[in-house]
Design a protein around this ligand. Sequence first.
Ligand SMILES: Cc1cc2nc3c(=O)[nH]c(=O)nc-3n(C[C@H](O)[C@H](O)[C@H](O)COP(=O)(O)OP(=O)(O)OC[C@H]3O[C@@H](n4cnc5c(N)ncnc54)[C@H](O)[C@@H]3O)c2cc1C
Length: 386
Amino acid sequence: MDLRFSDEDEAFRREVRDYLETNLTGEFAEARGLGGPGREENEGFDVRLAWERHLAADGWTCIGWPKEYGGRAATLTQQVVFHEEYARAQAPARVGIFGEGLLGPTIIAFGTDEQRRRFLPPIVNATELWCQGYSEPDAGSDLANLKTVAERDGDEWVISGQKVWTSLAHWADWIFVLCRTDRSAPRHRGISYLLCPMRQPGIEIRPITQISGKQEFNEVFFDGARTPADNVVGEVNGGWRAAMGTLAFERGTLYFGQQIGFEREFAEIVDAARKNGAIDDPVVRDRLVQAWTGLRVMRFHNLRTLRDGEPGPEASVNKLFWSQWHRSLGELAMDVQGMGATLQDAPLQWMFLFSRADTIYAGASEIQRNIIGERALGLPSEPKPA
Ligand SMILES: Cc1cc2nc3c(=O)[nH]c(=O)nc-3n(C[C@H](O)[C@H](O)[C@H](O)COP(=O)(O)OP(=O)(O)OC[C@H]3O[C@@H](n4cnc5c(N)ncnc54)[C@H](O)[C@@H]3O)c2cc1C
């Protein structure tokens, strides 16, 4: 299998690299390195939003979308190249990630023409930001257990219930929210995929303080929140299909660029180990070699997945591997620094703390193992709740 990028992809890489070098200057120079998992509370929000709109004006948002919806119809490999170069340039974490990576592709696949006309342009132009309302206190891995209800009242849906762990709800204009619209139907039916404006009296957002002290995600309470009747993606009571579509997009190309960030974190750890002498410890050296090997495995696995076309259950192998690997890297970062790692704001401490969540979000490790067992290896399926 040839794992190299084609000449066209390499030409595209140079175009992206040149663009970022020329544009991450002036007012945007300060945006380099801002935001990302573990640093999303509000880090550099204004400059990052301005940067996102700058990217949009030059046609560099939503590049994988079809041209008719404002994208560039970039191939899968071009999207990977873009994410890699973006991370390499230390361009700021994208504030419109939920719209571009999750909701937009879902509307393109499952929405109506009217929804495409209404909701896609503000995602491309970064004038409307989104968050994801799936999880509830008793519905995480077992998402079909969700209890938030939506009832029709004339031309509107009225939503009541609670979502939790809603990342970036504090700056979102809209939420795509799974609601139960038929309580008598079996669990996976009777769920609808609604689009609901966030800034209204029926919605209260309560930040959750994480172990790091940051507040990147929230509880979202719906108490009679309203949204127009047409804001349903897919069929009323048939939202499960669209919801699963969104999760498939989440496990797709979204994480390709992060590997470059991992390489940077690894280099920082090696540097710290050299400076404080930890590099002379054979156990540390061994763990560094293992971490480096893991980086190479991830790269080749990603490239192989790409060559095979759209990622299927292999995406779960990928998620399982990188999340476990990154958690170990966080532990290594702390061990290399010794007692100093416990001081507030020690280098990479935020990464160590946030990496504990890597094996939970976008499908916990146990769930990825179930998917690999059932869909990749064809093993008997897990017993499911009735
Ligand atoms: C950083 C972060 C950001 C997030 N952002 C969002 C967001 O923006 N929007 C949103 O809707 N949600 C978000 N989530 C929530 C996330 O989707 C859930 O945490 C995840 O689905 C797990 O659900 P849970 O926390 O309820 O844990 P549970 O589902 O209760 O799981 C608890 C434990 O039991 C295991 N387990 C559960 N079921 C099985 C099974 N069948 N077989 C074997 N083991 C099992 C799990 O793997 C886990 O170890 C976020 C989570 C994190 C950590």
